[in-house]
Design a protein around this ligand. Structure first.
Ligand code: ZN
Length: 76
C-alpha cells in the first residue's frame, strides 16, 4: 500500500513538473511572439487555405467547401 501511494505521489509530482514546464515554456512565447499581420481581411487573423470546387471551379476557403470538394452552391 505504501509503495502504491509513493508511486502515485511520484507520478503526481512528475505530471505537475511537466505541466508547469509546458506552461512556463508557452508563457514567454505567447508574449514575445508578434501576432500575425492582419493584412488579409480574414476573421481568424491568419492564412486560410483556399480550395477549388470540383464542380464549378470557384475558389473558397477550405472550411466553406464540403468534404466532397463541392461548394455550397454545387451541393444543392
Ligand atoms: Zn461549386
Amino acid at each position: 500500500m505504501g509503495l502504491v501511494l509513493r508511486l502515485l505521489l511520484i507520478a503526481a509530482v512528475v505530471w505537475l513538473g511537466i505541466h508547469l514546464l509546458r506552461k512556463w515554456r508557452r508563457g514567454p512565447d505567447d508574449q514575445t511572439s508578434s501576432p500575425p499581420p492582419s493584412s488579409s481581411k480574414g476573421k481568424a487573423g491568419g492564412y486560410q487555405p483556399m480550395v477549388r470546387c470540383r464542380e464549378c471551379g470557384v475558389h473558397l476557403p477550405a472550411q466553406a467547401v464540403s468534404s466532397q470538394g463541392l461548394c455550397g452552391k454545387c451541393l444543392r
